[in-house]
Design a binder for this molecule. Structure first.
Ligand SMILES: [Zn+2]
Ligand SMILES: [Zn+2]
Length: 312
């Protein structure tokens, strides 16, 4: 299926909200409490964060008067039946998940409770491209800030490329994986910016599920629009704006010695199977849209209403 059979994913008419989808607290191996983490992230203009402790289904409703929107999550890890080792971040409220039941069963339970399943730091975990495609993950981490510090294996772009070949709707996330302790320093290095009508649990979760967000380590998109032929992009000043397609397919503006750019318009190549946008600023920091055109928008909406109905 090519882009000509799909619908445009982005609606940037709402507000942009900054968030992080991978953070650890004292509930597992982090060193700050959730209220302390919320205070810290609010100083860097975050609007929401997910709590994703190892094998702990968070319950943010218990946190009194946080300065930003707190959202529930959990991080699972373990080996699947082929022996491959995974870490998987599940976004959304879950119950009844225990480490004793094993990795595959836990992942199944999270899925049944309508969590968004994100393959975490695949390079660091040592995942093959086949591993990345084995469990129909909803998304993958494109950048993991703590893994950059740990051993430089922060990059999920090659895994994303393989996943997009199988499912062009696969979401891409830039994350901190913050632990906030001397043994795991670093935060506010990778984040997502969601476009939603309001800052509420339902609106943010729905926008993430539909991929109405982008990931960044620095540059910002100001708008992403499509007029049935041309894509129009506005951004903070960057050195390069690229369209990225399957394999060698690509288009770009910018140069190594040129002026910085804040906008681009390009005719969409309708015969590509998928396209995302990559921004790169003069420091080499990058931002990535999700794929611009999706196959199952209607199904995605239906799945989400089912999730809301189930009181997720
Ligand atoms: Zn992990
Ligand atoms: Zn983690």
């Amino acid at each position: 299926m090519t882009i000509s059979d799909k619908s445009f994913r982005y609606n940037t008419a709402g507000h942009w909200f900054k968030g992080n989808t991978h953070i650890h607290s004292i509930a597992s191996d982090g060193e700050m409490s959730i209220p302390e983490i919320a205070e810290l992230y609010s100083t860097a203009q975050y609007d929401f964060i997910f709590c994703t402790d190892h094998w702990v289904s968070s319950d943010v409703a218990k946190t009194w008067n946080p300065p930003l929107l707190l959202l529930d999550g959990i991080e699972l890890d373990g080996r699947d039946n082929t022996g491959a080792f995974f870490h998987v971040v599940c976004l959304g409220k879950t119950n009844g998940i225990t480490q004793e039941e094993g990795f595959e069963s836990a992942m199944q339970k999270a899925r049944e409770q309508n969590a968004i399943l994100v393959l975490a730091h695949p390079h660091w975990s040592g995942n093959s491209l086949e591993d990345a495609n084995r469990w129909d993950f909803d998304g993958v981490e494109l950048y993991n800030h703590v893994c950059r510090w740990l051993n430089g294996k922060s990059d999920g772009l090659t895994h994303w490329d393989a996943m997009l070949k199988k499912n062009p709707d696969t979401l891409g996330f830039s994350v901190d994986d913050a632990h906030l302790k001397p043994g795991h320093p670093g935060w506010n290095g990778g984040w997502i910016i969601v476009n939603a009508s309001e800052l509420s649990k339902e609106a943010i979760f729905s926008a993430i599920k539909h991929g109405n967000f982008y990931s960044s380590c620095g540059p910002e998109f100001k708008s992403i629009t499509f007029d049935s032929k041309f894509l129009h992009i506005e951004s903070t000043p960057v050195q390069f704006i690229r369209l990225v397609g399957p394999a060698y397919c690509g288009w770009r503006v910018g140069s190594f010695d040129g002026q910085l750019l804040t906008q681009a318009s390009v005719e969409i190549p309708m015969d590509w199977t998928h396209i995302y946008i990559e921004l790169e600023d003069k420091e080499g920091k990058r931002a990535w849209s999700n794929t611009l055109f999706v196959t199952d928008q209607i199904n995605a909406v239906d799945r989400h209403s089912a999730a809301l109905h189930a009181g997720s």
